[in-house]
Design a protein around this ligand. Structure first.
Ligand SMILES: NC(=O)c1ccc[n+]([C@@H]2O[C@H](COP(=O)([O-])OP(=O)(O)OC[C@H]3O[C@@H](n4cnc5c(N)ncnc54)[C@H](OP(=O)(O)O)[C@@H]3O)[C@@H](O)[C@H]2O)c1
Length: 248
């Protein structure tokens, strides 16, 4: 696998799955523009990988963020070949406790921001035969009691992926990876208390045939595969479960 000479934007790259994707893409030889709200953890990647990393501290859901991210990537590396929409917001709870503010916040980060980043990156992506990988979730295709809004955002990401794959072909490929449970900081920020988080994690583990949580690098390597035109040049509109068999 090689992504040498490519310039890739990765959102939510400081921690968890995004960090795994960033490291895999950097190891494959690409230049990477890493995006997140906090600058400091993103700087760690720049310290480790040097001038191949450009750091952009942005909330992806903020007005004008997508234009600024694209401008930063093209300003630094002269081109933009690929976008990985990974930044996500996961807040869980029963419908009675999930008001419209939560609904809007999750859709803004998980659906509107990826759509806007794709839109703003499109002239560059078209110019370079580029590609998009959206990080969805197995929650897009499973029923998600207690996590309905989150599942709905990821179902929307799947729909966006499939429609844009047809709309933008043959110039730009659009695919999605659907991770199963991966041990990341997300699990401490869902709004559930420790007991409910423990129950949820135990349930996820017992319903994952491979018997363990995934690792961020296991998602990252599949993202690289989908970005690599030599290997995946005929793959678009694919929703790829990387989930330890959870949706099998
Ligand atoms: N972990 C799992 O089991 C799992 C399973 C399926 C799918 N996913 C998906 O995988 C993606 C990554 O999740 P994760 O588990 O790796 O969570 P994570 O460790 O919490 O990472 C999320 C990253 O996104 C950044 N971020 C969050 N909101 C942002 C915003 N508004 N603007 C810019 N950056 C933002 C965070 O950095 P800052 O706080 O500095 O902004 C953080 O680095 C998400 O889309 C999630 O839905 C996760």
């Amino acid at each position: 696998m090689t992504l040498a000479g490519k310039s890739v934007v990765i959102t939510g790259a400081a921690t968890g799955i995004g960090r795994g994707i960033a490291e895999s893409v950097l190891k494959a030889g690409a230049d990477v523009t890493v995006v997140g709200r906090r600058e400091e953890p993103l700087r760690e990647l720049a310290d480790l990988y040097g001038p191949s990393v450009a750091v952009v501290a942005e909330d992806v859901s903020a007005p004008g963020a997508a234009e600024r991210i694209v401008a930063a990537a093209t300003g630094r590396f002269g081109r933009l070949d690929a976008v990985v929409n990974n930044a996500g917001l996961a807040r869980f709870g029963p419908i009675e406790e999930s008001g419209p503010e939560l609904f809007d916040a999750m859709f803004a980060v998980n659906v509107r921001a990826p759509a806007e980043l794709i839109r703003c990156a499109l002239p560059q992506l078209r110019a370079h035969g580029g590609s998009v990988v959206n990080i969805s979730s197995v929650g897009a295709v499973l029923s998600m009691p207690g996590r309905a809004f989150y599942g709905a955002t990821k179902a929307a990401v799947n729909s966006l992926t499939r429609s844009l794959a047809r709309e933008l072909a043959p110039d730009v490929r659009v695919n999605a990876v659907l991770p199963g449970p991966v041990d990341t900081p997300m699990w401490n920020e869902t709004g559930l208390d420790a007991a409910d988080t423990g129950k949820l994690r135990a349930g996820l583990l017992s319903s994952t045939p491979m018997g363990r949580f995934g690792e961020a690098g296991e998602i990252g390597r599949w993202v690289c595969l989908l970005l690599d035109t030599e290997l995946s040049g005929w793959v678009t509109g694919a929703l790829v479960p990387v989930d330890g068999g959870r949706t099998a």
